[in-house]
Design a protein around this ligand. Structure first.
Ligand SMILES: Cc1cc2nc3c(=O)[nH]c(=O)nc-3n(C[C@H](O)[C@H](O)[C@H](O)COP(=O)(O)OP(=O)(O)OC[C@H]3O[C@@H](n4cnc5c(N)ncnc54)[C@H](O)[C@@H]3O)c2cc1C
Ligand code: FES
Ligand code: FES
Length: 458
């Protein structure tokens, strides 16, 4: 395997690297670029944030769960490359000093990289852009003041031109572990059905950094160009398996604002820029946020094994805890979502507002026509061993008057759909209570009451 990328303006080619070496370890141990810090080593704290640029733009990513092969063709900027030699500090660095945005300083390089990426992208929503960076001693107010003050300053020229400096993919690069298309992937995976597919690595990264697992045969999907991105017809969106959550959020929020509000709380800016919808669904987590939302929208999953393609309603993909309807050597190609009016209500319940896995994720599609519920689709995460539809509650609503009494009967029916468990995130009783109350909240939202947490707090 050969990997070529740019690091702080200089081209780097690595021949036969260990594929599951993280960028963080490589920067610190091989390059002695120790400005990028290791805090949690699991994507939670942002101390390791670097800026990654490709033709689609600039994104902050967590270097601790980013494997070297995922860098192919990209430009990486670390805190050491933010300002050029003998040039003034980058505006966000200078303003962090002016506004006393740093005390022990451990989190500071990560903050500075998130702030510099936001500055470059003209993104001034700091509650969102900094939600993936934790500071334990300074407090956030001075940091946000520094970010606001930096808006007055222009982006340094060398950062504007980063996208022009991404390396060409070398034509002679031959590597088994990084197929270039879904056709290549289909052949490779059929020949190595026990290989581990790696998409954004926001799950697989932790298998390596936290569980110290060896990934014997990794296959990296990041270069399969035809698995990336969202296309549309008159009736559907087709979301390639490698589409990031950030891109799903950008494309679908105008159509489903409540989905956008929920995805805004999916991990952090860094996690959403790496995590893919295909990986989120394929891992089959009962507490993932992507699957309930897609099930409530009536999505179809498209699978491929060699040259055999098949599709099924997304809810049928999840058989039992840890068991999906996916054969050895079969992979997720895409998710299709029917176009439809905006009647989706997504409610994510977690202990923390930002950057937390859901205790319960309720995605409730509640069309109302002339005062009557149409065909409803209610999908929940965190209530069973898989993401699942609430069929009894759906039956209690569909074709019934859109009244509080109907909602209350659906809330009661929900007790026949699920027997949730107690765990560290929530007790069984709490889960049932908030799952029922999600229906009530959606009902009030339909009737014009502001219930979205962003609306309520702003
Ligand atoms: C800090 C942090 C916060 C998080 N917060 C959330 C959250 O709020 N909500 C949430 O839902 N999740 C959250 N996650 C979990 C994670 O981000 C998601 O599950 C993510 O979408 C996985 O996608 P990925 O591309 O990173 O997958 P990877 O880690 O690359 O892969 C995940 C699994 O899917 C398989 N896989 C990947 N692509 C395919 C494919 N095309 N076909 C078949 N199998 C495939 C892999 O082999 C692996 O088993 C969080 C993770 C972290 C680290
Ligand atoms: S070290 Fe905490 S996110 Fe990477
Ligand atoms: S300055 Fe100490 S953790 Fe942020």
């Amino acid at each position: 395997m050969q990997i070529t990328f740019m690091l702080n303006g200089t081209s780097v080619t690595l021949t036969e690297p260990t594929p599951t070496t993280t960028l963080l370890d490589w920067l610190r141990e091989e390059r002695h670029l120790t400005g990028t810090k290791e805090g949690c080593n699991e994507g939670d704290c942002g101390a390791c944030t670097v800026m990654v640029t490709d033709q689609t733009g600039h994104a902050p990513l967590n270097a601790c769960i980013l494997f070297l092969p995922q860098l192919q063709g990209k430009h990486i900027t670390t805190v050491e490359g933010l300002s050029q030699k003998d040039a003034p500090l980058h505006p966000v660095q200078a303003e962090m000093i002016t506004h006393h945005g740093s005390q022990c300083g451990f989190c500071t390089p990560g903050f500075v990289m998130s702030m510099a990426t936001a500055h470059l992208n003209g993104d001034t929503d700091y509650d969102t852009t900094l939600a993936g960076n934790l500071c334990r001693c300074t407090g956030y107010a001075p940091i946000i003041r520094a970010a606001i003050a930096s808006e007055e300053h222009p982006v340094p020229d060398h950062l504007h031109h980063l996208a022009l400096k991404t390396p060409e993919i070398l034509p002679e690069r031959a590597d088994g572990a990084a197929p270039q298309s879904s056709d290549d992937l289909a052949k490779l995976y059929a020949a190595n059905p026990d290989a581990t597919l790696i998409a954004g690595a926001t799950d697989v990264g932790l298998w390596v950094t936290k569980q110290l697992r060896e990934i014997a045969t990794p296959i990296f999907l990041n270069q399969c160009a035809d698995l990336h991105g969202i296309t549309q017809t008159n009736t559907h969106w087709r979301i390639g398996a490698m589409t990031t959550i950030a891109e799903v959020e950008r494309t679908l929020t105008p159509h489903f604002p409540s989905l956008g509000s929920m995805l805004r709380r999916y991990g952090s800016t860094q996690v959403r820029a790496a995590a893919t919808l295909g990986g989120n669904i394929a891992n089959g987590s009962p507490i993932g946020d992507g699957s309930p939302a897609m099930i409530a929208l009536g999505a179809t999953i498209h699978l491929r094994m060699e040259n055999t393609h098949r599709e099924l309603p997304l809810e049928d993909f999840f058989i039992a805890y840890g068991k999906q309807d996916r054969q050895r050597g079969e992979f997720v190609e895409a998710i299709t979502v029917p176009k439809q009016p905006y009647t989706l209500h997504c409610i994510k319940i977690s202990k923390r507002f930002d950057q937390d896995i859901s205790a319960v994720c309720a995605c409730l599609n509640l069309p109302v026509h002339d005062g009557t519920f149409g065909q409803t689709r209610l999908a929940y995460g965190g209530m069973a061993g898989t993401p699942a539809r609430a069929r009894h509650a759906e039956a209690a609503l569909t074709s019934q008057p859109a009244t509080l009494t109907t909602i209350q009967s659906a809330m009661q029916a929900l007790t026949h759909d699920f027997t949730p468990v107690s765990d560290m995130r929530a007790s069984a009783d709490y889960r049932m209570k908030v799952a029922q109350n999600a229906l009530l909240r959606a009902f009030h939202s339909i009737n014009g009451t502001a219930t979205d947490l962003h609306e309520v707090t702003s």
